[in-house]
Write a protein that binds this ligand. Structure first.
Ligand code: PEP
Length: 251
């Protein structure tokens, strides 16, 4: 009932030719996989070229951030409408690197999420605790505040266009993955919270994906868990062979 979703977050990597080259390498490796939603998130400048290179394949394109206004005097920003125009179907919002380095807050995540879903994009809304928060037993409190804050004012109808990405900050780019049990525990907590905020049926249909050092070697274990519906992949999405193995976790 929840289609698995694998997203490659390319962060601030790859020139235009490297980005389109990666798509051209990926296409034959992904082959006929149609039962997994596959998304890559290049830098803004590569979005249209990557969309053109991915045309006719199952690969969809995400942006790594957006602004909430459709247009105006907002130097340096990119709106959801322009992302769609450039070929995006998805957008990542609230990545921990944006929270850490670019002053992203639950309130800005909420404004961006509202604007992006209203423009017809699917949002990957990222949440996650730091190591200090986990060690202080604050994981669930932090996550509850991030989920509630990010989803404030979002109706049931709009929730259908949102995927929650649980990314423990201590596992991103560190090589440390949450254990399958740790990840499942948090995913179940978030699903429960969605049931409290919306309804059990909305919670059951909302996808919750895991991110944090996902690799070909650990993806199948994570995906075997009942509440883990996919993966947000950083480092291992930068090479065609490792990303294709992650996408093909079930074949
Ligand atoms: C990410 O960028 O969202 C991420 C999870 O990175 P990595 O897979 O490298 O830990």
């Amino acid at each position: 009932m929840r289609i698995p979703l694998i997203v490659g977050n390319w962060k601030l990597f790859k020139t235009l030719s490297e980005a389109t080259g990666l798509i051209n390498e990926l296409k034959p490796l992904i082959g006929e996989i149609r039962d997994v939603e596959i998304v890559v998130a290049p830098v803004f400048t590569a979005i249209s070229s990557v969309s053109a290179a991915a045309a006719g394949s199952p690969i969809r394109v995400a942006a790594q951030d957006c602004y909430w206004e459709p247009e105006g005097a907002f130097t340096g920003e990119v709106s959801p409408q322009l992302l769609k125009d450039a070929g995006c179907s998805h957008v990542i919002i609230g990545h921990s690197e944006r929270r850490q380095y670019f002053a992203e807050t639950d309130a800005t995540v909420n404004r961006k999420t509202q604007a992006a879903v209203a423009a017809g994009l699917t949002v990957l809304m990222c949440v996650g605790e730091t190591l200090v928060q986990r060690e202080a037993d604050a994981t669930f409190t932090v996550l509850e505040a991030q989920v509630r804050g990010g989803l404030e004012g979002i109706s049931d109808d709009l929730l259908r266009h949102i995927v929650i990405a649980y990314e423990p900050v201590w596992a991103i780019g560190t090589g440390k993955t949450a254990t399958v049990e740790q990840a499942q525990e948090v995913h179940a907590f978030i699903r429960n919270l969605l049931a409290r905020l919306y309804s059990q049926s909305e919670a059951d249909t909302t996808r919750i994906v895991y991110g944090g050092s996902v690799k070909p070697e650990n993806v199948a274990g994570l995906m075997s868990q009942p509440d883990i519906d996919g993966a947000l992949v950083g480092g291992a999405s930068l090479k065609a062979d490792s990303f294709a193995k992650i996408v093909g976790f079930h074949v």
